[in-house]
Design a protein around this ligand. Structure first.
Ligand SMILES: Cc1cc2nc3c(=O)[nH]c(=O)nc-3n(C[C@H](O)[C@H](O)[C@H](O)COP(=O)(O)OP(=O)(O)OC[C@H]3O[C@@H](n4cnc5c(N)ncnc54)[C@H](O)[C@@H]3O)c2cc1C
Length: 425
């Protein structure tokens, strides 16, 4: 954490997403207590029908801690905010210390084995040839190996996720460090604020069909909370997935394998999980199509489900601007349509094996975006009203008293030894 200026992340606060003026959290914790019969939201729906029970989020510890700006590593489920550039340097240093050999250079051409169509070696600008049995394509959006050399195409998802550009800029660090990301929706864009130890990462993701680059930059700079400490950078991207992430003797990891916009900050996770899976499914006996299909099925399952989760944020909105109307009325993947219908009718949210997001993530975003449910499991009727009310009160009291005893996030970082005591905000 010291090397990457990292902070802890309990979730994301979404503002203006369901409608202007609305706010909700996607926190990484569990909500209430579930039973074998059904998840907590059914009990909460039952309580709501009786006229009490408050908001579902009142029963999520991580969410209440985030709202209070507090944190304790031993008590919460969390992720990290980190500086991706520093993280790359950290991993590079770590792996070279452990024996990885690094050859720096620009790939100028890629030589192929004419017999089996595999990549045989990379030729660098300075003439060096790098041979290998297995190549990992980490060349970003270019996909020089997987696409350039092997011609594996790309499944375009921009009809579901039309954002295609972003401005990114850093602002000065702050004294208080919220343990969560902020995501603020605008007319045809959304803005992120990611607090690190020494600075705040900011950006505006937009769709060039609806907002010009200049207007997007103006909107971002008008809505910054501190002074800029870097020049704004424009990034262009296309949302979608490589048709096969492992093909022949090449595995695409990172942006060469596809891209989902950073709404739920999932790219680095996807790179990491792909690297882990490659270790688990390493081709010790040479390239094997069965193994490759198995690997590709995992990647597809993981990415498709994250894609659906991100589309959900856009599709369930009640805003009136043309962009929001467009995404509210567009066709969505069948897999998401099924989830939405099921939730609307029954309040059932589910997590498949390859899903990154848990039941309570789906719950929070569906309800946060304003879905209206028509039914729920009647398990609450098996419990006497007074007992249920008592159980709900106990849960809330436990959460509130635990949150009260937590340190503020910046103080926790100091105690934990990662935040410089003499840091100037
Ligand atoms: C707007 C935006 C916001 C993001 N926010 C998040 C977030 O919040 N959370 C998250 O997890 N992820 C986020 N990501 C994704 C994250 O930035 C990427 O996962 C990360 O950069 C890793 O990408 P990569 O290494 O695959 O590609 P890149 O970072 O693009 O690296 C590709 C590398 O290939 C090199 N290269 C290209 N051509 C050649 C050549 N001919 N020879 C040699 N080298 C070459 C380039 O120099 C570069 O170093 C975001 C991305 C964008 C665009």
């Amino acid at each position: 954490m010291r090397k990457t200026q990292a902070t802890f992340k309990l979730g994301i606060e979404f503002s203006n997403w369901g409608d202007i003026g609305e706010r909700y959290f996607h926190a990484f914790g569990q909500i209430g207590r579930s039973t074998w019969m059904g998840d907590f939201q059914h009990l909460w729906q039952h309580a709501s029908s009786l006229g009490w029970g408050g908001e579902l989020q009142d029963y999520c510890f991580e969410l209440q801690a985030a709202k209070a700006g507090k944190f304790d590593k031993d008590k919460a489920n969390y992720a990290y905010h980190l500086d991706a550039g520093l993280y790359a340097s950290f991993l590079s240093e770590l792996s070279q210390k452990r024996g990885v050999k690094r050859i720096e250079g620009t790939i100028e051409s890629i030589a192929m084995d004419s017999e089996n169509g595999h990549i045989s070696n990379l030729v660098l600008k300075n003439g060096t040839s790098v041979q290998g049995d297995l190549f990992i394509d980490c060349t970003g959006f270019k996909g020089l190996l997987i696409n350039g050399a092997l011609g594996v195409g790309f499944e375009d998802w921009s009809h579901w996720l039309p954002m295609n550009s972003a401005w990114a800029v850093q602002t000065e660090g702050k004294k208080e460090i919220p343990p969560y990301t902020k995501s603020i929706a605008h007319d045809a864009s959304w803005q992120w604020r990611i607090p690190l130890q020494n600075r705040v990462g900011n950006g505006l993701v937009f769709c060039s069909d609806y907002t010009s680059e200049q207007d997007a930059l103006q909107l971002l700079t008008d809505n910054l909370e501190g002074d800029m400490v870097s020049q704004p950078r424009l990034l262009k991207f296309k949302t979608g997935k490589r048709n096969k992430t492992w093909f022949k003797n090449c595995v695409a990891i990172g942006l060469s394998s596809g891209f989902l916009e950073p709404l739920e900050s999932t790219s680095i996770h996807l790179s990491q999980i792909s690297a882990t899976r490659l270790v688990q499914m390493f081709p010790f006996n040479g390239m094997d199509e069965v193994l490759q299909t198995h690997f590709n099925n995992y990647v597809d399952g993981e990415v498709d489900s994250i894609r659906d989760f991100i589309i959900l944020h856009y599709n369930l909105n009640r805003r009136s601007e043309p962009f929001w109307q467009h995404v509210a009325t567009m066709d969505i993947p069948d897999s998401l349509q099924h989830r939405l219908e099921l939730y609307k009718r029954t309040s059932i949210a589910f997590k498949n094996d390859l899903d990154l997001f848990r039941v309570d993530s789906w719950n929070q975003v569906m309800l946060g975006q304003g879905i209206k449910v028509e039914g729920y499991h009647q398990m609450g009727r098996l419990i006497k009203d007074d007992n249920l009310r008592q159980a709900f009160n106990d849960l809330q009291e436990h959460i509130n008293s635990t949150v009260e005893g937590l340190p503020m996030h910046a103080d926790f970082l100091r105690q934990y030894g990662v935040l410089d005591l003499h840091r100037k905000p």
